[in-house]
Design a protein around this ligand. Structure first.
Ligand SMILES: [Zn+2]
Ligand SMILES: [Zn+2]
Length: 531
């Protein structure tokens, strides 16, 4: 008898973090049942249908503009008063506190479709739809992910008592409108829940993938229509901090329109419009050249640095380049400006072993992720080199003094790969090789990375990777990466380059980078920096 009771207790309130906590899920389950029973008992006519539709529309606005685009991604700014309105409105949709929602959602973007993803459908459709939401392991608010929001005592209060706004609203509706309107309200909530959850489940399974985001996020027009724009989910994973998710004119994004309206009224401001260059890129055919191949490799070398999703951050890390004989050739100092974890621009200062500046490279990743614009200056010879990425061509302007420092095309890079590095290190540790797809509108390129050696020491995993093709190995023979098993956080990184400063023709240079990078600044405004 006692054993049976214990089994029942464990079923209702499990200790396993991956199981549904039925007892604490009662209010949510009650809404699901009541949404079917109450309208059936109290009646459901045109008035009720309109009220349910109104509940749905208002609720969807607060889910996408509130929980998602504001609290999770800080895609626009507003007053503290309207922030509170957004929090109250969002929580009236019964999807827990705004801190809880944003914290778990930021985690989703950090690990999307990797083993540590909060709600990847790779763990089952039902799990990604609703199981994770009710699971024991996801009950607590991950406060370390939402420090920016937890500064506000009113938000912390609402997060702890997340049931207060919906309960108050429910009582108000039932008192003023009677049982039939209360039933309609529940119907609106029910449909709203499943439309919201469909973004976590179906929008990672069903639709197109125009952007190489490194996860399974999809664009789906039907879901976008139902969820006021959230269905452009591949766009969103590509540019998470954009307030606009429909990048093209025909990609209907009702929430973006509402935010535009609120901005005109002065209620919200600094609404991030979305990457215009990327919108353009998706309609432009991108040619793939050997330069882009080299870019893929250098992307691995350059973009391995970011390991944390922040709205905006400036990170600094250093590298030491040695020739084949082990002598120090030059020192590198990188300052990278990140937007939601992706490099946006970078300044690299090269110094000789005595610390004297040799050259400077300013890179702008925003225009074309496959070939960033850059400006290089050699301080000793006065040589400059600039590459600009235009609508139709990539232009190079160079005045070589004595020698070209690096083949310009080799500095091309790819933003898809940094996601691969960050999110798929676990996959690398588990398998022998890893293929990376570079999806560009005109074609799909695949690069293969093979494990040469792997070792683990406690929580640290070290992987040595070589590139699958002989041609690519000329650019970068081997990568040596060490990271934390659980967090995927990079601890050490060594790569190679053919970048040289007057030490013979393209000698293979080995660079050891000091990781993890130091965070110089974080914030919502782009930070200007001087190396
Ligand atoms: Zn997603
Ligand atoms: Zn998101």
């Amino acid at each position: 008898m006692r054993a049976a009771l214990r089994r029942l207790a464990d079923l209702l309130a499990p200790s396993d973090p991956d199981r549904v906590h039925w007892l604490r899920s009662t209010p949510f389950l009650a809404i699901q049942v009541a949404a079917l029973v109450v309208p059936w008992l109290a009646g459901f006519g045109l008035r009720e249908a309109l009220f349910a539709a109104g509940t749905y529309a208002a609720g969807m606005f607060f889910v996408t503009a509130g929980y998602h685009r504001y609290f999770s991604h800080r895609a626009y700014r507003t007053s503290r008063a309207f922030q509170l309105v957004l929090a109250l409105g969002a929580q009236c949709t019964v999807q827990k506190g705004v801190l809880w929602w944003a914290g778990h959602h930021r985690d989703h973007h950090r690990f999307s479709d990797a083993p540590r993803d909060v709600h990847s459908p790779s763990r089952g459709l039902l799990w990604s739809h609703v199981g994770w939401f009710l699971s024991r392991g996801r009950e607590a608010t991950p406060l370390e992910r939402v420090k920016d929001l937890a500064r506000f005592p009113e938000l912390r209060w609402l997060d702890r008592r997340h049931w207060v706004p919906p309960l108050a609203l429910g009582i108000l509706v039932a008192t003023l409108g009677g049982w039939s309107l209360a039933g309609a309200w529940l119907v609106g909530l029910f449909v709203l829940h499943h439309a919201t959850f469909a973004i976590n489940s179906l929008a990672h399974l069903w639709g197109t993938r125009p952007y190489p985001t490194g996860d399974d996020s999809r664009n789906n027009a039907l879901l976008a229509l139902l969820t006021f724009g959230e269905g452009w989910h591949n766009n969103h994973h590509w540019s998470p901090s954009s307030a606009r998710q429909g990048f093209l004119w025909w990609q209907l994004d009702v929430t973006w329109f509402m935010l535009w309206l609120l901005a005109r009224l002065g209620i919200v401001w600094d609404v991030r419009p979305g990457p215009r260059e990327e919108r353009r890129r998706s309609v432009r055919a991108v040619r793939t050249s050997p330069a882009r191949l080299a870019g893929a490799v250098l992307a691995f070398l350059l973009l391995v640095a970011p390991h944390d999703v922040r709205a905006q951050a400036v990170e600094r890390f250093t590298g030491t380049a040695r020739g084949r004989d082990g002598a120090v050739l030059y020192l590198e100092e990188h300052v990278v400006e990140l937007d939601a974890g992706r490099p946006h621009s970078a300044v690299t200062l090269y110094r000789d072993p005595a610390g004297e500046p040799i050259a400077e490279l300013r890179t702008d990743f925003a225009a074309d992720p496959f070939a960033p614009s850059y400006a290089f200056k050699d301080f000793r010879t006065g040589a400059t080199e600039a590459v600009t990425v235009g609508e139709r061509d990539i232009r190079l302007e160079a005045h070589h003094g004595s020698r070209t420092m690096a083949r310009p095309a080799h500095l091309a890079t790819g933003q898809g790969l940094d996601r691969m590095v960050r999110d798929r290190l676990a996959a690398l540790a588990g398998g022998e090789s890893l293929k990376v797809d570079y999806a560009v509108p005109s074609r799909l390129d695949t690069y293969e990375f093979r494990i040469r050696a792997r070792s683990a020491d406690g929580d640290r995993v070290r992987v040595r990777v070589e590139l699958g093709s002989f041609l690519l190995r000329i650019f970068a023979p081997e990568l040596d990466v060490e990271y934390e098993r659980d967090s995927g956080r990079l601890l050490r990184y060594r790569g190679a380059s053919n970048l040289s400063f007057g030490q013979g023709d393209n000698p293979q240079v080995e660079i050891t980078y000091a990781y993890p990078p130091a965070v110089v600044a974080t914030g919502e405004e782009p930070v200007n920096h001087v190396p």
